[in-house]
Design a protein around this ligand. Structure first.
Ligand code: WT7
Length: 657
């Protein structure tokens, strides 16, 4: 069971809850609670009804095909173009002048892009990609900052029926290359660099490094398309590398979108699993767009005519895919797209943007809220945030203290907060309040979305009693579910479906309270959650032991006030090495992990130890290391081969705290 069980206390009896205000409810998209039972009675009919709100070039007649579990097909005989659903459809409905993006660069440059303009740009880009040989089924890697061209690139790839693999710009050359290799991408779209924390953070040089690595896999990449953004010096390899702004001029903005089958792969997104190798999560088209658009509309109570919506997530993560690109654009939303960090040039930046564009729906992560709390309410209080009417949270359980601060300071004490539980694998919201209907409980993600059924079960798959901790499962296939792990059907089966048959095992612990509301308790596997990002202990351990001075490594996720969890590593140095001393090891190995995986994986602390706690069969007992890293009394050590090891380690950790 989860080490984190009990981090979030079950809702204390009589603790304050927050019903929707009568005014909010009266104007809400969903104000009739019967939606839940109507959807539950016939989930397939419910999802088909949602799917028909999209534009299909060939209408579907089949809804769900679950004849070969766990490989689901939704709307399989239907055809649609995802990109045209996000663009042309709105322009043809007369909404071309509506702003799609208010782009705000970190240095302060801005760009307003209407749906008509975005559509034209995407058509042009689609023509350019066609000339580079991109066709249905091809994979295109996208390694970009948060700029309009990133969204344009994604939509252009989608428009051609090709499959994008967006790699977060903070990932290292090694991580980028392994993703390029795994998907055999033929094109990489990148930028010279982007702005981050007041400087240019280079991207193209990392792409160069990635492509020149000797990985033992033949390089699949034919071209690198480079957007000019940072203005930093880059070298362009003749014949391979092309400037976006030079190429694009040759293409016009006429492009007819073809329909592709509903199950055509839309994207691959890599995420950390319990083993060292990231998993390529595969999402397809019709079901994905159906559930992202439906949940975006209902959980945020979106009114596309008047709302200004801002999701602060980077498009390198699934939140950016589903709730900054596909869901919102399918709904014709006006969005803010911000390139930089919340503290550049100072911590007022986000709130200045909210004020400037009149943001009405704001979606971010608990770790960011806690960071803002630390800085103090006097910062947001300098700005007019009165436009905000709905707040969202994602990435980890939101602690009630942060919840209340968020509501009071950012939401003027009245905005509903939707705590959205979902995963890269689920593609879209699974558990979340509906703000016009749900009486909110700070800290709980609350209720499965209409048409979704979840439960909390024990190891044998039997529902646990209310109030008891257990494992979160999804009872039935859902439209935006992961279809497989790229190139590895067996791993897909093993990871999610081997435990409970054709019910999906999410990897999270959870508890249902007396009202049936869901409280998430954290991961039950070796996956850490740092600032709402998923990291694998195994992946960081293998990066550490790849260092020539390291003999053994164990990594745990330790509670952290700001980031939720933080990476804490314990390493044994090789005795025959002379390069690292216990004194300089910490700095060097932190750097090493950052360069192997990316800065997000950099451990908070690294302890050099002479032994690791192991069972007699040689298994590292990470639970004990976690106790030590969190400054707790170390748990039961009787199964250890050497019971003294943990004493030594705890003393070391305590000395540094
Ligand atoms: C894991 C999925 C989905 C977008 C961001 C992360 C945790 C996510 C919540 C929430 C409690 C949450 C879970 C989940 N998680 N949202 N609202 N409450 N936990 O996507 O990288 O695929 O991570 O994040 O542990 O399994 P991801």
């Amino acid at each position: 069971m989860s080490d984190q069980q009990g981090t979030i206390e079950s809702h204390p009896l009589g603790a304050k809850t927050y019903p929707p205000s009568p005014e909010f409810r009266a104007a809400a998209n969903q104000q009739d609670p019967s939606i839940y039972w109507r959807a539950a009675e016939d989930p397939e009919a419910y999802w088909a009804e949602q799917a028909r709100k999209l534009r299909w070039t060939k209408p579907f007649t089949e809804i769900l095909d679950w004849s070969n579990p766990p490989f689901a097909k939704w709307f399989a005989d239907g055809e649609l173009n995802v990109s045209a659903n996000c663009l042309d459809r709105h322009v043809e409905a007369g909404l071309g002048d509506r702003v799609a993006f208010h782009f705000e660069g970190e240095p302060g440059d801005t760009r307003t892009i209407t749906y008509a303009e975005l559509t034209a740009e995407v058509k042009r880009a689609a023509n350019m990609l066609t000339s580079l040989g991109v066709q249905q089924g091809d994979r295109v890697a996208i390694y970009m900052p948060m700029i309009p061209e990133t969204v344009i690139a994604m939509l252009a790839v989608a428009r051609l029926g090709a499959t994008h693999s967006v790699v977060f710009g903070g990932f290292s050359a090694e991580s980028l290359r392994s993703r390029i290799d795994d998907a055999a991408a033929k094109l990489v779209i990148t930028a010279d660099g982007g702005f981050r924390k007041g400087r240019v953070s280079a991207l193209k040089p990392t792409v160069d490094d990635a492509l020149s690595l000797d990985t033992g896999t033949e390089l699949s990449v034919e071209h690198v398309l480079v957007v000019e953004r940072g203005g930093n010096d880059v070298s362009m390899q003749e014949g391979r590398d092309l400037w976006w702004h030079e190429e694009i001029t040759a293409f016009d903005a006429e492009h007819t979108a073809k329909g592709f089958p509903a199950e055509n792969p839309l994207f691959i997104l890599y995420t950390s699993g319990t083993t060292g190798r990231p998993k390529g999560i595969v999402h397809t088209s019709g079901g994905y767009l159906t559930q992202t658009s439906t949940t975006h509309r209902d959980a945020f109570d979106l009114k596309p005519e008047t709302d200004v919506y801002w999701c602060t997530a980077d498009v390198g993560w699934v939140t950016g895919h589903s709730y900054a690109v596909y869901g919102p654009l399918a709904n014709g939303t006006t969005q803010v797209l911000y390139e930089g960090t919340p503290d550049t040039p100072d911590w007022g930046r986000w709130w200045e943007i909210v004020q400037k564009y009149g943001v009405t729906i704001f979606y971010t992560a608990p770790t960011a809220i806690r960071a803002c709390m630390k800085v103090g309410r006097q910062v947001p209080e300098q700005y007019d945030l009165s436009s905000i009417r709905v707040l969202g949270s994602v990435g980890e359980p939101i602690n009630p203290e942060a919840w209340r601060w968020y509501r009071e300071v950012i939401g003027a004490g009245s905005a509903p907060i939707v705590d959205t539980w979902w995963q890269t694998e689920t593609g879209a919201f699974m558990i979340s309040p509906l703000p016009g209907l749900t009486t909110l409980k700070p800290g709980s993600a609350q209720i499965a979305q209409p048409g979704i059924a979840v439960n909390v079960v024990d190891d044998a798959g039997n529902p646990v009693e209310r109030g008891q901790g257990g494992l979160l499962i999804v009872e039935r296939p859902w439209p935006s579910m992961v279809r497989t792990i790229w190139g590895d059907d067996q791993r897909f089966i093993d990871t999610y479906w081997s435990k409970f048959g054709d019910r999906y095992f999410a990897g999270d612990g959870a508890r249902l309270d007396e009202d049936g509301d869901v409280w998430l308790l954290g991961r039950v596997d070796d996956v850490m959650n740092v600032s709402g990002h998923r990291l694998s202990t195994a992946e960081i351990e293998s990066a550490l032991v790849e260092h020539h001075a390291v003999a053994e490594a164990a990594v745990v996720g330790a509670d952290d006030e700001t980031t939720g969890q933080a990476v804490v590593a314990f390493v044994i140095l090789k005795s025959q090495q002379h390069l690292l001393t216990p004194e300089n090891a910490e700095g060097e190995l932190k750097k090493h992990v950052a360069s192997q995986i990316g800065a997000i994986a950099r451990p908070r602390q690294i302890f050099v130890v002479s032994e690791l706690p192991k069972t007699r069969s040689g298994k590292i007992m990470r639970r004990l290391l976690k106790d030590a890293a969190e400054g707790r009394e170390v748990g039961d050590t009787t199964t250890l081969a050497d019971t003294m090891v943990m004493q030594t380690i705890s003393d070391r950790v305590r000395a540094e705290r």
